[in-house]
Design a protein around this ligand. Structure first.
Ligand SMILES: [Zn+2]
Ligand SMILES: [Zn+2]
Length: 443
């Protein structure tokens, strides 16, 4: 079996596609069965059209679902770098893919690859929505929503007619009393109606988000980057940074054409005249630089298991305070160093620093290197003691900061090398949302 076929099979064998296909099968069976009693095909031209529409919806939904799953979002080739080598200064490096991240691409930890124009990871298709499958995904949602509306109307009409069966007979209109409700088909109708209503609401929301993303040519992740870009410029009035212009919004007509018609390669994108192809990646690099300035160093003193509910290793109280996100939990060993960027009273979020020792021994530990861990497993180290023995895990240290083509800002990096010491946290921790979280005391 070749690797591509294996990959497609692996994507299918997941709770998302399996559940979606099973539910589609049950709902379709219910709709066809009820329709055959309520408005049997062959009675009139309308009934034939209605019956044809049921199958057109079913096949359209399945075709675009399978297509968006099998085509996939498009991945940046492993070990990719730009054709002009100096352009690497404007790009982020991905250690997982061992290559540079092309403009608009992001690393998806579930796909474990850098995804071209990544929008989001969809569990129902068990892959990301990105450059090459966004159009199929939108068609799938449209067919799905339309099929849900038709299916819902058929089931409701059939059930109502079934309930009124005796009344129709009493009125002498036996030809209207065609729907026979049984416990089985009634249960199937109630179940299918629940599925239809839930999935229709979900598809309306997803369709709205996708259409907004297409009309503005701005993925969900890029919207987040733009919000941070605005925040960077307004939160610190002292910063004289040039206003950020999102480079890919070429007007809604051009954006729609780009999403549904343009071939392209998923790596180079047309941009506004006042921008360049690295405007967004330069802004991302600056945001990373700001984030590094806010980062605190922690050293692990007790092992962390990486379990979602570490009730046996950390106790009930820590387990009850788990962060409400689907970010990974990471396993740590004593003396691991962490770059912590988010803090809660009982949990910290950070990235494990890969030590020189790990690199030399080419040791790669299982599991994520970025995620949540219990705060009682680590103590904070001196802020400025960025040791020479460690390099950041997510991105290689640059000898010089990437030159920014469009903006200037005061250097926020701090210099100085001190020895690593544990200490108490003396101030409140500034979080990403600009608020100060409750102070954490550690020895
Ligand atoms: Zn990657
Ligand atoms: Zn993904």
């Amino acid at each position: 079996m070749n690797a591509e076929l294996k990959d497609d099979l692996r994507r299918f064998l997941h709770w998302g596609p399996i559940n979606l296909l099973t539910l589609t099968l049950i709902v379709t069976w219910t709709v066809v069965h009820m329709n055959s009693m309520w408005w049997a095909p062959g009675q009139s031209l309308g009934s034939v059209l209605n019956y044809t529409l049921i199958w057109a919806h079913t096949f359209g939904t399945l075709y675009h679902f399978i297509r968006s799953l099998m085509v996939g979002p498009g991945f940046v080739p492993l070990k990719w770098y730009p054709s002009v080598i100096t352009d690497t200064l404007f790009l982020q490096f991905c250690t997982r893919c061992d290559g540079y991240k092309a403009p608009r691409s992001h690393h998806c930890r579930r796909c474990d690859r850098c995804v071209l124009k990544m929008d989001h990871h969809c569990p129902w298709i068990n892959t990301c929505v990105g450059w090459s499958n966004q159009d199929s995904f939108v068609y799938f949602l449209l067919f799905f929503l339309s099929a849900s509306i038709q299916g819902g109307i058929i089931i409701i009409c059939a059930v109502v007619q079934g309930i009124q069966k005796r009344w129709w007979i009493r009125q002498g209109l036996r030809h209207m009393a065609t729907v026979h409700l049984t416990p089985t088909n009634l249960m199937a109708c109630v179940f299918s109606l629940g599925v239809i209503m839930g999935s229709a609401l979900a598809s309306i929301k997803l369709l709205y988000m996708q259409m907004k993303a297409i009309l503005k040519n701005q993925t969900e992740i890029e919207s987040w980057i733009v919000r941070k870009a605005v925040f960077r410029r307004t939160a610190y009035p002292g910063n004289r940074i040039k206003a950020f212009v999102f480079p890919y919004n070429l007007g809604w007509r051009a954006n729609v054409c780009e999403a549904f018609l343009s071939a392209g390669d998923g790596i180079s994108w047309p941009v506004l005249p006042e921008c360049n192809e690295y405007s967004l990646t330069c802004e991302q690099l600056q945001q990373k630089k700001d984030k590094r300035a806010r980062t605190r160093l922690f050293r692990c003193t007790r092992p962390a298991t990486g379990h979602w509910v570490p009730i046996f290793s950390q106790g009930l109280w820590v387990s009850l305070q788990i962060p409400c996100t689907d970010d990974p939990r990471i396993a740590l060993e004593p003396n691991d160093i962490m770059h912590v960027t988010r803090i809660q009273e009982y949990w910290l979020y950070g990235e494990r620093v890969i030590s020189k020792d790990d690199v030399e021994r080419s040791r790669r530990r299982q599991g994520a290197i970025r995620g949540w861990f219990p705060s009682c497993c680590a103590v904070e180290m001196c802020e400025d003691c960025a040791s020479e023995d460690y390099g950041a895990g997510g991105e290689p240290e640059r000898k010089q900061d990437a030159p920014d083509k469009e903006s200037r800002e005061p250097d926020q990096e701090k210099s100085g090398k001190e020895t690593i010491t544990n200490r108490k946290i003396l101030g409140n921790f500034p979080c990403e949302d600009g608020q100060h979280r409750k102070r954490l005391l550690v020895e």
